[in-house]
Design a protein around this ligand. Structure first.
Ligand code: PAF
Length: 279
């Protein structure tokens, strides 16, 4: 695997590859890689000549400095994992190269960011918009790969690609889960053994919510039931549980012909986990 730490050297290398006619698949990450990330690398490798993974813990998307401080940093282990799936290129820029000065750019994704993560993490999607546009400009991939676990991020990036006319194919890949159902996440590394034991209850609750909606229980009742059920489990504190239209992410009252997303964020101690399922 070729490793690049600077924007210029990566761009020089990719220019040559593009000239050779190679298609470029791109998997942006913040490191602390797990099987979920590797499945994105594999999806990219299946469709492209060259796969580039970036690892950059983007400060502009953390609205909480404590969250940024405890975000797992495991570059050496990440490199080893990338080697196991034969990732071609790792781009691991430092913060100064990415942000010589902090940008004053402001992205506003409208209603799409006033709900769910956007509502509880003000400024988060502005930071995601800034870094993903920068990374797309730097790498200029033919295809980019994101995980469905970050459903709202995927919706925001879809808009970004349309609004800024990025000439790339966006691929949203299924959430990878541990055997007990817990969605794979870099943040799982921060769970204590006790928290890890109870964490699958979040996915179990989403499954229960689907059952209730399918027997026509109103969304408000399902939300109340699921939230209090989870809050009663040792160590889990729900931040939000929403039943939303899959496209617009606005709340809905019941299942309909359109796809519906059940989205949740919950704290286990200081660790914040998110998950979603689509019906
Ligand atoms: O999903 C992530 O890991 C990050 O939000 C992303 C897309 C790499 C931007 O920093």
């Amino acid at each position: 695997m070729q490793v690049f730490y600077s924007i210029n050297t990566l761009q020089d290398y990719l220019k040559v590859q593009r000239k050779k006619g190679k298609s470029l698949g791109f998997v942006p990450t913040m490191g602390a890689l797990h099987e979920g990330h590797l499945s994105l690398i594999e999806a990219s490798k299946a469709e492209n000549d060259l796969t580039i993974c970036s690892i950059f813990i983007n400060p502009t998307q953390f609205n909480n400095s404590q969250d940024l401080a405890v975000y797992p940093r495991t570059l050496e282990a990440d490199c080893e994992m990338l080697e196991t799936v034969k990732c071609d290129v790792l781009f691991a820029p430092n913060a100064h190269d990415m942000y010589p000065t902090l940008p004053n750019l402001k992205f506003d994704f409208g209603d799409l960011e006033r709900v769910l993560e956007g509502k509880f993490r003000p400024g988060h999607f502005n930071g995601v918009g800034i870094v993903v546009s920068k990374l797309f400009n730097i790498v200029q991939p033919n295809s980019a790969y994101f995980g469905q676990k970050d459903l709202q991020q995927c919706a925001i990036i879809k808009r970004l690609v349309i609004d800024l006319s990025y000439n790339l194919k966006l691929n949203i890949c299924p959430t990878q889960r541990e055997k007990d159902g817990l969605a794979m996440s870099s943040r799982n590394k921060n769970l204590t053994p006790e928290q890890r034991k109870n964490a699958p209850e979040i996915f179990n609750a989403l499954q229960k919510a689907i059952e209730l909606l399918k027997i026509k229980k109103p969304a408000s009742a399902v939300k109340g039931f699921i939230t209090s059920h989870l809050d009663n489990i040792e160590g889990i504190e729900v931040e939000y549980f929403e039943i939303s239209d899959f496209e617009t992410l606005q709340p809905v009252n019941e299942l309909s012909e359109r796809k519906t997303a059940l989205c949740i964020a919950a704290f286990m101690g200081k660790t914040r986990l998110i998950d979603n399922v689509i019906v």
